[in-house]
Design a protein around this ligand. Sequence first.
Ligand code: C5P
Length: 222
Amino acid sequence: MKRLTVAIDGPAGAGKSSVAKLVANRLHYLYIDTGAMYRAFTWAMLKNHIDLADTEAVQSLTDTIQIRLEPAAEYCRVYVGDTEVTEDIRTADVSSHVSPVAALAVVRTKLVKLQRDMAASGGVILDGRDIGTVVLPDADLKIFLTASVEARARRRYLELQAKGSTDTLEAIAASIAARDDMDSHRAVSPLKQAEDAILVDNSQLDLQETADLICRIIEEKQ
Ligand code: C5P
């Protein structure tokens, strides 16, 4: 049985990370949440009050930052240096700032290298926007996971509500649509389906059904 390199790309809120975590746990693969890495970088930019336009400061942060993902049972713990930022990178503040940061070529170069190093051993599932197109163009299996904006906003709304957030459904839908737009139209590594990716639309599927489907696709290929 071959331990595959699996790329799952798609827009915000399609459930990529939840699905990828479940599938990785079931198949004993390593899960690498690349969005968490862009979020961690953004968290550090905000914490250090670095302006996007300040290329020197961005470059210097890129040169010095240490971002580490530590697989945990149900999720990836995320560290910037010695500080755990697993929760802090999920705030609305980070979500609304991450896309412009992720559009910076210097940031992408740094994080893509880190992602390729982490994926080198196989038996990995990476989720993101450009895994099948840029990070691992030779991945054994590529999945493009998407759902309607309405379905994605509803899921994120319920998830955030459970955490006590008061964000409205409309605000979340607008933020998701804005991120889709920015992620799909940026010059560097825009979000797009790789030609050889399998399209999975999970608007009508729940998390377990989506994970079952993706497990089956992987098992057929192993
Ligand atoms: O996956 P998640 O929604 O946490 O990603 C946060 C943001 O990080 C995305 O909206 C996108 O701007 C950026 N990202 C990216 N490339 C990836 C993963 C995420 O540009 N591979």
